[in-house]
Design a protein around this ligand. Structure first.
Ligand code: BG6
Length: 485
């Protein structure tokens, strides 16, 4: 795959947090690796900054978010030369009239990246169309969360579909761009060893954790209306679940992969009414300690309502009603201000029916495959081995499937991969309209129920692993969260 040159990337929310922290650094790294052909990047801003101040702002974000060895002066200068400021009041229909004089008139490879709230999709699409700027080679990228619930997500799909065909729409979930997620697909679908075990006959249960040690930071205004279910669960966690549980696609092509993911989402056992309290836990962080410093409770964070019922933690026991997974629980959890920042998919295999080794107790430390997405990435197989010496004592051993000496290449950031994929027209790792709708369909009853009961989520101490009810969710089934391996 390569990027069709020349390209134009128009970043709405161009000086926003995501753009400065993730998108610009990712674009710079593509440029650094010589993967970005000739093209222009436009950062859309409401007010026009001084040209020098604009350049300095992009430069300083690169200096803060790109590792020092990659900050070469000549590369940096060439990249900054390709970044331009585009001043536009996106809500003013006539404001778009001057864009054809700036952007190319040709039907070139042009990407509109919506790093904004979904309330701006309609005015932006309308303005671009009025200015004749949506052509057959144009694409649009939509950032999550797309919508607030099932209804609004369907409305957004319908709105954007008035202006762009489905093949031009890229719904991004940056977790799908993480290196280990692609490695998970390769390990599953390129090795008969794993694929033959990947079902209810051999797997006891699967855990997926995305934990963060950070709190709400400066995003209270956004987060208060969203919470962990909409911010992380509905998208990132369910996407990881889909990749882990899907059937092998017939080809590594966008629709083949997305068909299989949709089937998983449609097979999720609905959690409704009374089942919600038994199967879903929500929490809100209390004061405590993070990275060795005392931190306030969520309700005392700047911008948070003192009686806020927004959840900062969600854990759920999810079941998939199909032949492969019947009877295999998937335990999913995510939260802010937890003990550690990490993301892991833990596949726990079933115990043997009978052990011939007297000292092999129920060994939950072994018999599992761990996909670690962050902070470091890699795959480990936990097996049992004989303890050296007399007797037949058995102990767990950790087999790294990617020893450090094999990992010489730089691991690209998720946004690098995904931006490259958009620019080169590969939608395999992006969500299709029906996928988005099915994910919302599953979480919708849970969100509605929480809204109705209007209660404070269970508090948990900052720096812990979440509320006690999350531990009980597994303990009830005789299991433990994997926190120490
Ligand atoms: C974003 C969420 O999608 O993912 C944030 O909006 C969260 O709340 C972030 O902090 C986590 O991403 P990563 O890649 O740092 O794990």
């Amino acid at each position: 795959m390569h990027i069709h040159a020349p390209f134009e990337l128009v970043l709405f929310g161009g000086l926003g947090d995501l753009s400065l922290r993730k998108l610009m650094p990712a674009l710079y790294m593509l440029h650094y690796d010589n993967r970005l052909p000739q093209g222009k990047i436009y950062a859309v801003t409401r007010q026009s900054p001084e040209p020098d101040a604009f350049r300095k702002q992009i430069e300083s974000s690169l200096k803060s978010h790109v590792a020092a060895p990659y900050l070469e002066l000549s590369k940096l200068d060439a990249f900054l030369d390709s970044v331009h400021c585009l001043t536009l009041n996106v809500n003013d229909d006539d404001g778009y009239d001057h864009l054809p004089g700036i952007l190319s008139q040709e039907d070139i490879n042009r990407v509109y990246y919506m790093s904004t709230g979904s309330n701006l999709y309609m005015p932006v699409c309308r303005g671009l169309q009025k200015a004749g700027l949506i052509k057959s080679n144009s694409k649009i990228v939509l950032e999550k969360p797309i919508g607030y619930d099932l209804k609004s997500a369907q409305e957004i799909n319908d709105t954007v579909a008035e202006f762009f065909s489905e093949s031009q729409i890229y719904r991004i979930d940056h977790y799908l761009g993480k290196e280990t997620v692609q490695n998970l697909m390769v390990l599953r679908f390129a090795n008969s060893l794993f694929e033959s075990q990947w079902n209810q006959h051999y797997i006891d249960h699967i855990q997926i954790t995305i934990s963060e040690s950070l709190g709400v930071e400066k995003r209270a205004e956004f987060y208060e209306h969203v919470g962990a279910m909409r911010d992380m669960f509905q998208n990132h966690l369910l996407q990881l679940l889909c990749i882990t549980a899907m059937e092998p696609p017939a080809k590594l092509e966008p629709d083949a992969v997305r068909d299989e993911k949709v089937k998983v989402l449609k097979s999720l056992k609905p959690i409704v009414d009374r089942m919600i309290n038994d199967n879903v836990v929500r929490g809100q962080y209390d004061s405590g300690v993070a990275d060795g410093h005392p931190v306030p409770r969520y309700r005392d964070e700047p911008g948070v309502h003192e009686k806020s019922n927004t959840e900062t933690f969600v854990a759920a026991k999810v079941e998939i009603d199909n032949w492969r997974w019947a009877g295999v629980p998937f335990y999913l959890r995510t939260g802010k201000r937890l003990a550690d920042r990490m993301c892991e998919i833990v596949v726990q295999f079933k115990e043997l029916p009978h052990s011939i080794f007297p000292l092999q107790h129920k060994n939950t430390m072994a018999n599992k495959l761990i996909f670690r997405l962050q902070p470091d990435d890699g795959v480990r197989l936990m097996l049992c081995e004989k303890r050296v010496g007399p007797g037949m004592s058995v102990r767990p051993m950790n087999l790294s499937l990617n020893p450090s000496n094999h990992k010489q290449a730089r691991v690209p950031e998720a946004y690098e991969r995904l931006l490259f994929d958009v620019l080169s027209g590969n939608a395999t790792l992006f969500l299709r309209d029906d996928e988005l709708v099915e994910a919302w369909r599953w979480v919708d009853p849970i969100l509605k129920y929480w809204e109705e009961i209007d209660q404070r989520p269970e508090p948990y101490t900052s720096g812990s692993w979440g509320p006690a009810a999350a531990t009980l969710l597994l303990a009830r089934d005789g299991r433990l969260w994997d926190e120490n391996s």
